[in-house]
Design a protein around this ligand. Structure first.
Ligand code: HEM
Length: 405
């Protein structure tokens, strides 16, 4: 057993028992961050902060929400919004947070793609990030069911119907998922469980894993320069170089993160107080009615690109393509065959690949919101879906041909 001297401070007492000083060094003061990074590298902490806010606001909502098909709608739209003191504020915060978290996730993902931050030892950072993306999608979808409005009900119906295609029908998969023939009480109860318990638990685990995968390879830098960050810090400390190429995560880099978060939260609370409706579908302010199908069913904006990928195809093929479109991003570190870690602007055909992918996803998003009845929009949607897959097929070929920088 270690020798325990009388401690002169709480810090020392804790250090003797759980090595807080070592932890502080590993996670903060000697966790080296390159100087050459821009505000986009603050998005990870912005995401962590938004997730924290979603948890806190969710806990307040949970105190009054009733997961029952006869009471869920009123408990949200009447009880929480009008009767409970500041209930509206927590709901606005939760709704805006749920929408913005996806905007930031997409910015964070495309930043990673642009700078090649998924390569050379950073593969697990990317994979754990993608796991977070899938978990957040499940969290958002299950949460969307809870107010039991028209769009909750019908989006639940349409998405679970995907599992009734082809031979899946014979296995009764869709009834198994719903716990009934149509979305009803069993459906609401299990989505409630997923939203408030299982998914948040898994997200917390995945965030810890994501942070863990970052510690050894460290974050990338704007030029994709490969150097030993700890060695760079030592060189500076020893006076061998005039300017250090790295800074400690805390307090130096963290202060930049906090500044970016400040700007972000101005936008966040502007939306909470003045433009809350942007995060809400007007159709969902009508209670769920299984006998009246809305004229046009669509998901929240952040699912529109993948919804548009499945929409032009038959149920079976649509489900398969939808699944591939989600999973394909996981394979990015392995499909990109080029050894170059550099911003896309400096990389051969990859720079066009990146921008085409981004614009294609935006077009899919816009088309996903429009009714499929217009043949022009339906064709644009179909072509964009085909381009999406063509891009992924082309990726290993164009990156294999890329010259070494
Ligand atoms: C709640 C979700 C997430 C949280 C809290 C989170 C947090 C972070 C943090 C704090 C960093 C380091 C600083 C930075 O680059 O921003 C980071 C880096 C990274 N994250 Fe995430 N992240 C999340 C989701 C994702 C997703 C969905 C992806 C995409 C697949 C992803 C991929 C990456 C990559 C590739 C890096 C390394 C960036 C680099 O080396 O330059 N993350 N993440």
């Amino acid at each position: 057993m270690a020798k325990f001297e009388k401690a002169s401070s709480i810090g020392e007492w804790l250090d003797q028992r759980i090595a807080v000083e070592t932890l502080k060094k590993v996670m903060q003061t000697e966790y080296w961050i390159p100087k050459d990074i821009n505000f986009l590298w603050a998005m990870g902490m912005v995401l962590a902060a938004t997730f924290g806010i979603l948890i806190v606001s969710g806990i307040f909502l949970l105190m009054y929400y009733q997961p029952h098909v006869d009471h869920a709608f009123d408990s949200v739209n009447y009880l929480i919004m009008t009767e409970v003191g500041y209930g509206w504020l927590w709901r606005h915060i939760h709704g805006v947070g749920a929408s913005l978290v996806f905007l930031i996730i997409y910015i964070h993902m495309f930043t990673g793609i642009y700078y090649g931050s998924y390569k050379r030892g950073r593969e697990l950072i990317w994979i754990s990030g993608m796991l977070l993306f899938v978990l957040f999608s499940a969290e958002a979808f299950s949460g969307y069911m809870l107010p039991w409005g028209q769009m909750s009900y019908w989006a639940g119906m349409v998405i679970t119907n995907l599992f009734s295609g082809g031979s899946l029908e014979a296995y009764g998969l869709v009834e198994w998922i719903r716990g009934d023939y149509v979305p009803a009480q069993a459906f609401l109860t299990r989505f409630f469980m997923l939203h408030v318990f299982l998914m948040p638990l898994m997200i917390i685990g995945a965030i810890v894993f994501h942070f863990g995968t970052l510690r050894i390879p460290h974050v990338n830098n704007q030029e994709g320069e490969d150097f030993d960050y700890a060695e760079a810090a030592e060189l500076y400390k020893a006076g061998k170089v005039k300017e250090s190429k790295v800074i400690p995560f805390s307090p130096v880099f963290l202060s930049k993160d906090v500044f970016v978060m400040g700007v972000y939260f101005v936008l966040f609370f502007y939306l909470v107080f003045y433009n809350f409706s942007f995060a809400m579908d007007p159709v969902n302010f009508d209670p769920a009615n299984g006998l009246s199908t809305p004229a046009h069913i669509y998901p929240e904006w952040y699912f529109l690109w993948s919804y548009e990928i499945l929409r032009p195809f038959s149920k079976d093929i649509g489900l398969i393509l939808f699944a591939i479109s989600q999973v394909i991003f996981f394979t990015l570190p392995f499909l990109d065959r080029s050894p170059n870690v550099a911003p896309a602007s400096r990389r051969g055909l990859f720079k066009y690949w990146f921008w085409i992918l981004l614009v294609d996803c935006l077009i899919l998003t816009f088309m996903g919101k429009l009714p499929p009845t217009d043949p022009t929009f339906a064709s644009i949607g179909l072509v964009s879906a085909v381009i999406f897959f063509a891009l992924w097929i082309a990726l290993p070929i164009i990156t294999k041909l890329e010259k070494k920088l």
